[in-house]
Ligand binder design. Sequence first.
Ligand code: MLT
Length: 235
Amino acid sequence: MRVEVILSPDEVVHHDLTGRICVVIDVFRFTTTILTALEAGIERFLPVAEVDEALGLKQANPQLMLAGERQALKIPGFDFANSPLEHYGRCYPGGELAFTTTNGTKAVQSARGAAQVILACLRSAEAVAAYLAREGRDVVFLPAGVYGRFSLEDTWCAGFIAKLLPAEEYGDGAKAALLVCDHIPREGLVNSEHGRRLQALNLWDDLHFCLECGVSSGIVAWDQETGWGALVRER
Ligand code: MLT
């Protein structure tokens, strides 16, 4: 198994995803939020790029719920923002979410062309590592980053999962992510660039929730044919 980590999301165009599993990570907060919503009973989600696209989908299908953020804040007319705590402890009878966020949902769409697209966060890190080890394919981690740039928490999470894999070879990005993970304590991620933005909005509970590690067994997959994502059902 070869493992690579793309260090900034804009570099994805320079990587060949063919035949590989692409693991999209947005610890703060999209991949954490969608995992939590699906575990609370939401059946599936559709990542969309633009707010107007999401509003148009809702007009065509009023049952569809809308979730997302701009500047980390809830979008007017949407049902949910992008906080995992909106969903944690809830019990939905199903339902579909169209989701648009600044970096996370875009990163999912840019994983097109991979053999499989999996979404990971710290909460599901160990379960994702076990899943990837079982699948046995080459893996490319795609941190969602911040506006196309490197993000510490997403790279740290990629390094954490990469360390648990039976890798035969690590690419240069993966070697760098392993070092980031080894040298920065998990609690230190609260002071990453995006972490500080969420602190300024007083979203401390979200930060602490997103930094909990290995507490979920949920694997989230995105089907690029249909455009919808959902929890992977055990085979
Ligand atoms: C994103 O996709 O940029 C994030 O999930 C932003 C946020 O924290 O809401």
